[in-house]
Design a protein around this ligand. Structure first.
Ligand code: ZN
Ligand code: CU
Length: 461
């Protein structure tokens, strides 16, 4: 069976085995989720119902510094890396072994894999609380080269998180240098998205310039009340610097974030609910403050007792979220964390929420802009020249939706619910989802750099 688009327009003379009546519906390019943590779910839950039901046909993995490979070690993974692992999971000693596993057992969606700097640190450094030595940097560069040769499209970093917080700007520059040899991306969960957000932007720009690589600012946001409104400055600074170097960014359409449950009291401010807890799964969905009060302990101690755990943090302003979403270069990435019973609703609702709530209901931008931010723009940034658009000859990744009814159903109280209004989802020419029914087809492919030679490189943007 064919996997590419062979004809568009008047097909009244054509015949087909399957006919989808799209009268009055939108036939869009399949959505590309620029920011996911689906590394493990692709193997453990290859139907990816939380993605396919949103119209997503491609996911980018290995974000925020954490990737499932390479991990040629038996030692326990530090948070947040442990969010990617299930008990007794197989580990992959090389990036090539992970890519081979995806190819041997294809998931429902295409995969654009990245390698994480934090994973490389865990592989090369016995003590994560110090900057890497020159030898350790060289070792990380070797692992990065192996990943790039195996098809990684870039490296992500997470200096915000404890296992990479001791990395200096120079370490990040030096480890990232092989990216330039491959025209690959540097993708970052910046060191600070709160009080020092502007300094973190400058650090990211410096890394991109010094290593001569394109940079992608992940899930751009401003956390904590004192920083609300600063997106006016950050976006102005990003726009200005885009004239000098290759910069892209993504965002998810919610005012709460979600990640590991922090141990550091300074990061336990504002309302926090538990998304997953390995130690106390019965407390998923509860407020951390209520748990701490019931136990008569500090927030930090309560957090320690719940580990391994992830949480939802209610910390952003709606005006910033809207301003960042509406910024023309911003792509849509869910940052969904497929762990636990009470995930952040972005796992199931991101793309329909942008189409329904933000585009149609409040008119933040036209529908065409919403679709572009989740398909064509993303394909350009990740160098996927034959995806992200509906055109003859391109891969047949298609999402058919009803512009009048599409909406996110998942919410904070009941997050694992598929969206309304997604009519049909086609992945590489095969119907994967129709009218609320997952068809359990697994026709996703690993999209590697070799398959996409037109990936953005310094000088092309
Ligand atoms: Zn992140
Ligand atoms: Cu993330």
């Amino acid at each position: 069976m064919g996997t590419r688009i062979v004809a568009l327009g008047d097909l009244s003379g054509a015949t087909a085995d399957t006919i989808i009546d799209a009268t009055g519906r939108i036939v869009a390019p399949g959505f590309i989720d620029s920011h996911t943590h689906d590394d493990r779910a692709l193997l453990a839950d290859p139907d990816l119902p939380f993605k396919v039901s949103q119209g997503v046909t491609t996911v980018v993995t290995g974000n925020c510094g954490i990737s499932l490979a390479p991990l040629a070690t038996e030692k326990a993974m530090p948070a947040p890396l442990n969010l990617l692992e299930g008990p007794g999971d197989e580990r992959f000693g090389t990036f090539a072994a992970y890519v081979a596993a995806l190819r041997a057992k294809p998931p429902a969606v295409n995969v654009v894999p990245m390698v994480g700097h934090t994973t490389l640190r865990v592989m090369t450094m016995p003590d994560l609380d110090v900057p890497a030595t020159p030898d350790q940097i060289a070792a990380m560069q070797g692992l990065l080269r192996e990943a790039l040769q195996a098809g990684a499209v870039g490296m992500s970093t997470g200096p915000y998180y404890p296992p990479a917080a001791s990395s200096t700007t120079q370490e990040l520059i030096d480890v990232a240098r092989p990216l330039a040899e491959h025209g690959a991306l540097y993708v970052t969960h910046m060191r600070d998205e709160a009080d020092a957000c502007l300094q973190s932007l400058e650090e990211t720009f410096t890394i991109g310039r010094e290593a001569a690589i394109p940079v992608l600012i992940s899930h751009h946001k401003l956390m904590r009340a004192a920083n609300h409104g600063k997106s006016v400055q950050t976006l102005a600074r990003i726009r200005e610097q885009m004239r000098c170097q290759c910069i892209s960014l993504d965002c998810y359409p919610y005012t709460a974030s979600s990640t590991m449950l922090h141990l550091d009291e300074a990061r336990l401010q504002g309302r926090i609910t538990i998304a997953s807890s390995g130690a106390r799964p019965e407390l998923q969905g509860k407020d951390l403050q209520d748990i701490a009060d019931a136990w008569g302990v500090s927030l930090g101690e309560a957090s320690r007792r719940l580990q391994p755990a992830s949480a939802v943090y209610y910390s952003m302003a709606e005006a910033d979220v809207q301003r960042i979403l509406a910024f023309e270069p911003t792509m849509i990435g869910s940052d969904g964390v497929p762990t636990g019973d009470r995930p952040h609703p972005r796992l199931w609702g991101t793309f329909p929420r942008v189409l329904g709530h933000y585009s149609r209901d409040i008119g933040l931008f036209p529908l065409e802009t919403a679709v572009w931010k989740m398909s064509g723009l993303t394909a350009e940034v990740f160098g996927l020249p034959d995806r992200g658009r509906v055109a003859v000859g391109l891969h047949a990744d298609i999402t058919v939706f009803d512009a009048g009814t599409v909406r996110d159903v998942a919410d904070y109280d009941d997050p694992a619910r598929p969206a309304d209004g997604i009519v049909a989802v086609i992945v590489n020419g095969t119907l994967a989802y129709r009218d609320g029914q997952h068809r359990h087809t697994r026709t996703g492919r690993v999209l590697t750099r070799q398959a996409n030679p037109a990936i953005l490189s310094p000088g092309t943007a």
